[in-house]
Write a protein that binds this ligand. Sequence first.
Ligand code: SF4
Length: 235
Amino acid sequence: MMTIETIDQLNMQYADSTPQEFLAAMIARFGKKMTFASSLGAEDQVITEMIAGIDKSVKVFTLDTGRLFPETYDTLQMTTARYGIPIEVFFPNDRHVEEMVHTRGINLFYETIENRKLCCLVRKIEPLTRAFSGMEAWICGLRREQSVTRQDLNPVEWDEQNKLIKLNPLINWTEKQVWDYIKEKNIPYNKLHDKGFPSIGCQPCTRAIEPGEDVRAGRWWWELPQNKECGLHKK
Ligand code: SF4
């Protein structure tokens, strides 16, 4: 297991690296023991493009919760076609979904935070745990400026919940850098981003935001900001 000292060293070593340099180094270090969890959002599309330019054999996966937008499926299709890489899709356990829906209703998440967290557990966290099986590290597209809950993140983190190294190559990037890169490379992206959706998750739990609103205001908008993580990014 990697120690806190090693993580601190890596953060110092790659403090001035570009995301591509950082990714190349982490691919060389972790190889097949590393996976990229893509939600197919703007940041993740940038990372997919970077990874495809370095090593197409890196494991990439996404979660299909069963409640995604049609535009998200279009993005998945466009991405696999563009880069010629297999993006493995993990689905929730059907029995767990059936039991949850039978006992709490199809739109349980609006009723209580407990219900919302249960739905995220069944539809996201359990499949994520399967996707992480046998891995040592995972890559994700978090940026520091995205949320009040993400201000103190570093490029390399210890993910205590999943007992894995978490790698955040775009942690220092701004939203403008992400979109400049997407335009420059003509990267396929989710068309909902053009309709006021900076952050795209499940359809019933994501809405467009107004100009000036926080970028994550459209996710679980009925909850307080400190509750707005699905469990994937707890530290
Ligand atoms: Fe369920 Fe909403 Fe979480 Fe998706 S984001 S898993 S629909 S509670």
